[in-house]
Design a protein around this ligand. Sequence first.
Ligand code: ATP
Ligand code: MN
Length: 479
Amino acid sequence: MQKRIKEILSSGEKDYDFEIKGWVRTFRSNRFIALNDGSTNNNLQIVINTDDYDEATLKRINTGACIKASGKIIESQGKGQSVEMTDAKVEILGDSHADAYPIQPKKHSMEFLRENAHLRFRTNTFGSVFRLRNAISFGIHKFFQEQNFIYMHSPIITASDAEGAGEMFRVTTLDMKDTPMTEDGKVDYKQDFFEGETNLTVSGQLEAELAAMAFSNVYTFGPTFRAENSNTTRHLAEFWMIEPEMAFCDIHGDMDCAENMLKYVIKYAMEQHPDDIEFLTQRLVNEEKTKPQNERSELNLQEKLHFVLENDFERITYTEAIEILMQSKPYKKKKFKFEVKWGIDLQSEHERYLVEKHFKKPVIVIDYPKDIKAFYMRQNDNCEPGRETVAAMDILAPGIGEIVGGSQREERLDKLEQRMDEMDIPKEEMSWYLDTRRFGTCEHAGFGLGFERLVQFVTGMGNIRDVIPFPRTPGNCEF
Ligand code: ATP
Ligand code: MN
């Protein structure tokens, strides 16, 4: 494999001839090219003898152009880099018209870069973000593989909407202009490709549970789709989810696994790309300089990540969380927009208070009211009447809110069926799922980690649209 700029700069090796290909970041004094090949934000300085080139060629060495440069790597004569390439012969592989190229060597707004998502990979910020995204993704596989989890591919097209996790995207090959109808005026899905209604998956959990009942420990890592019309900095219509499912595991083992995984992956990403973490830390520090002192964060990104690695996550019950909220200043001063009382679903403002103001660290909330959670979550025994809870857990992260949602699953067939009846979930359509409870059921638990929210946490990016290459959000499916 060809040596990349990262290696050339970090090894500091010198006095050898080399040929390098990459994209021009800047060209100054008709002599110094800053070349980038995506391996690092640090550019390789390429020095040319201006006299060797005619005017027309020099004009083609523009920001964004792709070039090949051959010359000698020597100790750098200038400041800011260990080595540089001298006496370089430059060949232009791909022109970039100076006036037309959108990514100029200056600060662009995030909105502008989103509109130019096809080119934003070539900026420092997105270089760092997507190298880290890659490392986080690999780190997740590494964590599970080292513990003998089986990576399981759950289907993308599904017929079940059992979870009710969100609005689904319909999958169909029916002719929208001439839709076949049944006699009672409904769309005749019998004539559709799968001879029934199908959708894009919102979660691979139910399928992962089936596999866990054979392999003991499995995980999925794939795209999921939710047509929820929530235009927030934390929601995408297409996002990636990691869903481990573990047999012989209760809610406590589930929390341990999630906390260990998050720490492992954060550490792995920081070790792989310290320069990128450093760059993004500085980026946030600069961004915060525009804010008044009291709104700036106490810890910078790097310190925040270290803090998470070195401290246990706080673990509290939902009931305790409600008590803390009811004792809080914003509650007493009526600053919360949403009502606080036992039974509510915690709103983002409540989660943020717990994490950012009260505990100042990641918090795991367990034992949520049964009525606000999914049918498959295990009903806790010995609940106070009127305060029935399930063994569910959410991990809340500073600046992000919910990053993980999980639970111990109801493994008792009678309880599960009873809950499905109460919630009007058709048991016949779910008989394949219920079979796991009929044939060799056991205690098991799992969770869903929103991959982009984790990438946001590690990179400090405020908007989820800036941690996925091509975001899909309401009204936007470009590129
Ligand atoms: P939220 O309340 O934030 O919408 P949720 O309760 O709908 O989350 P789950 O159904 O438990 O989330 O999904 C598991 C995880 O997937 C969440 O903890 C979150 O990290 C992530 N997630 C959920 N919805 C989205 C989305 N639209 N875009 C990106 N990540 C998401
Ligand atoms: Mn949601």
